[in-house]
Design a protein around this ligand. Structure first.
Ligand SMILES: *Cc1c(COP(=O)(O)O)cnc(C)c1O
Length: 396
């Protein structure tokens, strides 16, 4: 069913994806490794002379090729499971640069972290503190921990990706922080390294980050007066990307983001500032490349049915998220309005509603853009569909 496989000139940078589609079955994840490198290089430059340390949140994309590339840039890893700790070690991340977050760390996961000697456990509850202390004691080790504080800041993002308000499951309520710090200091197998925050994801308004800086400044001052010095301040991740204009804005607002912390956070000379970016590092470099199976009309709607579905890219179905969908091979001048959908037997298997695209036919190639974060890592085999393969483009 391949039609004219000549790419639209305006999508020339996706030519390698069109070429790859001649050899491999669709759908597949296409990764622009040049863009990934450019993003990493920018981060490296912006954090070079400062006590800023970036950790990559592997849950955004744990593809082994992607994470080994990231590890080469001296970036640390932010992990949320034992499986991720093993994957990070295999990809070449130094254990000292690994942070382990998550509300439900199990005993074997804690043991795995201690065996590797990871840099920090970001602890989210008092029972977790006690369990880590106990396991570390059994293993005759000391666990370095940071307390994840829930600062009660609304990141103005989708409620499924807001994590820093008082009524969600993450972190320790700021009101009981005193008490929790005291308990930590009394547990013999724990070393209190610092404080951890993570207020949400896909944050594009910088104001919540300024508010976070104020909260952090206040806490550093208060505890310093009482003789408690935090070596690490970890402000989490969440920096968003422009899903609507992937071609105009391939890089996130990294400079603005780092400057907010540089200008507003009063870091002490003995402190390190940690960041945990996931989406901002990998989202833009990925596209899901899919072929149009059918175009059908129902009443007054036209549907473009792809061979990719919600099991390959679940964000629209899960969070109502927008991804730019582009027909990259149609040469038609005329445009139409389409609902672009997948083949999975669920009504939520829709990528985009009422989307204007050039006249689309069976066999055309469609790119679902900004699919580098939370797409491959969230893929499932629902409907017994195979997980799509990946194609890596390394420039010319
Ligand atoms: C998911 C997560 C991140 C990364 O979030 P992004 O929005 O992808 O930057 C960072 N820290 C923690 C604790 C997380 O759970």
């Amino acid at each position: 069913m391949e039609r004219d496989q000549n790419i639209m000139p305006k999508f020339n940078y996706l030519r390698p994806a069109v070429d790859a589609a001649k050899q491999m079955r669709t759908p597949f994840y296409f990764y622009d490794m040049e863009l990934l490198r450019k993003t990493l290089e920018t981060i490296k430059q912006l954090t070079a002379d400062r006590r800023f340390k970036v950790h990559y949140a592997i849950k955004a994309n744990g593809n082994p090729q992607i994470i080994s590339e990231i590890a080469k840039y001296g970036i640390g890893a932010d992990l949320v499971s034992g499986g991720e700790i093993n994957a990070a070690a295999k990809a070449g991340f130094a254990p000292a640069n690994m942070n382990f977050s998550g509300v439900g760390k199990t005993d074997w996961e804690i043991r795995t972290g201690l065996e590797y000697g990871i840099g920090c456990f970001n602890v989210e509850s008092v029972p977790e503190l006690e369990v880590i202390n106990e396991i570390a004691g059994e293993m005759e080790k000391t666990a370095r921990i940071a307390i994840r504080v829930n600062p009660d800041i609304d990141a103005h993002t989708h409620h499924y990706v807001t994590t820093g308000t008082a009524d969600n499951k993450f972190g320790i309520n700021i009101d009981i922080l005193d008490q929790v710090i005291e308990q930590t200091l009394n547990l013999p197998h724990l070393h209190l390294s610092g404080l951890h925050f993570h207020i949400g994801s896909q944050i594009t308004d910088m104001q919540p980050y300024s508010m976070l800086c104020e909260t952090v400044n206040r806490l550093i001052d208060e505890y310093e007066q009482r003789g408690i010095h935090f070596e690490i301040i970890n402000v989490g991740g969440g920096l968003g990307i422009d899903y609507h204009h992937p071609d105009e804005h391939p890089l996130p607002e990294l400079e603005t983001y780092f400057n907010i912390f540089k200008e507003n956070l009063h870091l002490r000379p003995y402190q390190e500032l940690h960041f945990e970016l996931g989406r901002a590092i990998v989202a833009s470099c990925g596209s899901l490349i899919s072929r149009v199976v059918y175009v059908k009309e129902n009443r007054n709607k036209q549907f473009v049915i792809l061979d990719a579905g919600m099991n390959d890219l679940i964000r629209p179905a899960l969070y109502n998220a927008y991804h730019e969908v582009q027909n990259i091979t149609s040469r038609e001048q005329k445009t139409e309005k389409y609902d672009v959908v997948g083949p999975v037997c669920e009504s939520s298997d829709v990528f985009v509603h009422d989307h204007v695209m050039p006249l689309t036919r069976r066999g055309d190639l469609v790119a679902i853009r900004s699919a580098g974060a939370y797409c491959e890592s969230m893929a499932s085999t629902y409907n017994m569909r195979p997980i799509p393969p990946s194609f890596y483009h390394f420039g010319i």
